[in-house]
Ligand binder design. Structure first.
Ligand SMILES: C[S@@+](CC[C@H](N)C(=O)[O-])C[C@H]1O[C@@H](n2cnc3c(N)ncnc32)[C@H](O)[C@@H]1O
Length: 254
């Protein structure tokens, strides 16, 4: 039985978030962390948290969430979403840069820091990861989601874009050239090394969207529960994990 299986069998406070192929594996890992301290309102920081897809369910589960994001539009949407969900008082929206967290939140104060789909778009991912580590209290955990390199290459090739796939294969940063919307992509070792260099200890790595992006929409939309189950079954297993569209790393500040 994997850790994900054990978690799904345990009823937790975090009952709300919908389990989609994009989020089910991440929520399973987060739920396990939240259940380490049942009944405690945790201090959560969501760096580049956008419109609050994770922040609002965490606030609904009773936690205090600060979202730091560079985009005022995203923060405005977050604020509306939190108000609609009745948790405005537990969600703080702060406009700012991920590598300047020290001036925005107290160092060593966060029980849990989320940094999802951010390291592939920022100027200096090492500076952001350093800031994430500094924001955590000792023993606090980081949930980091990054774009996967292998999936991007396979996706281009399967759509017939072999030159782009070759560019991706050759580029040390794993981009598909100057028109790529992302500035870099990761494999599991590279992402783990980035977190390790900031003093974080990586405890788990899962693949997110191993199959979801490869299936015809009719299959993905027609059998959502089966797809979620399959994603969860494959998430931690070689070689499937490393072919996922995103890699989720769960790490702790010693
Ligand atoms: C792809 S979205 C991810 C949103 C959310 N974390 C999620 O997983 O759905 C990237 C987010 O990072 C924010 N962002 C980009 N660069 C940033 C930076 N340097 N500091 C803080 N936020 C940043 C963007 O405004 C955007 O909301």
């Amino acid at each position: 039985m994997t850790r994900l299986d054990r978690v799904e069998q345990t009823p937790g406070r975090l009952a709300g978030p919908p389990l989609t192929p994009r989020t089910a594996v991440i929520w399973s890992v987060l739920r396990a962390e939240l259940e380490r301290r049942p009944g405690t309102a945790l201090t959560v920081l969501d760096v580049g948290g956008g419109t609050g897809g994770f922040a609002v369910p965490l606030a609904q589960a009773g936690h205090r969430v600060t979202v730091v994001d560079a985009s005022p539009d995203a923060l405005a949407a977050l604020t509306r979403r939190a108000a609609d969900a009745g948790v405005a008082e537990r969600v703080r929206a702060v406009q700012g840069d991920g590598d300047a967290l020290a001036g925005l939140v107290a160092p060593g104060s966060a029980d849990l820091v989320l940094c999802h789909a951010v390291l592939e778009v920022v100027d200096d991912p090492a500076a952001v990861v350093s800031a994430v580590a500094a924001a955590l209290r000792p023993g606090g955990a980081a949930s980091v989601l990054v774009a996967g390199r292998a999936a991007a290459l396979l996706g281009r090739a399967m759509n017939g874009h072999l030159e782009v796939a070759a560019t991706l294969a050759a580029d040390p940063a794993g981009t598909a050239g100057p028109r790529d919307t992302l500035r870099r992509r990761y494999d599991a070792d590279g992402a783990a090394a980035l977190l390790g260099a900031a003093g974080l200890v990586v405890e788990e790595i899962h693949g997110v969207r191993v199959l979801a992006d490869l299936l015809p929409a009719a299959v993905a939309d027609g059998q959502p529960a089966a797809l979620v189950e399959l994603e969860r079954a494959l998430a931690a297993r070689a070689p499937w994990r490393d072919l996922a569209a995103q890699l989720h790393l769960f790490a702790r500040r010693p």
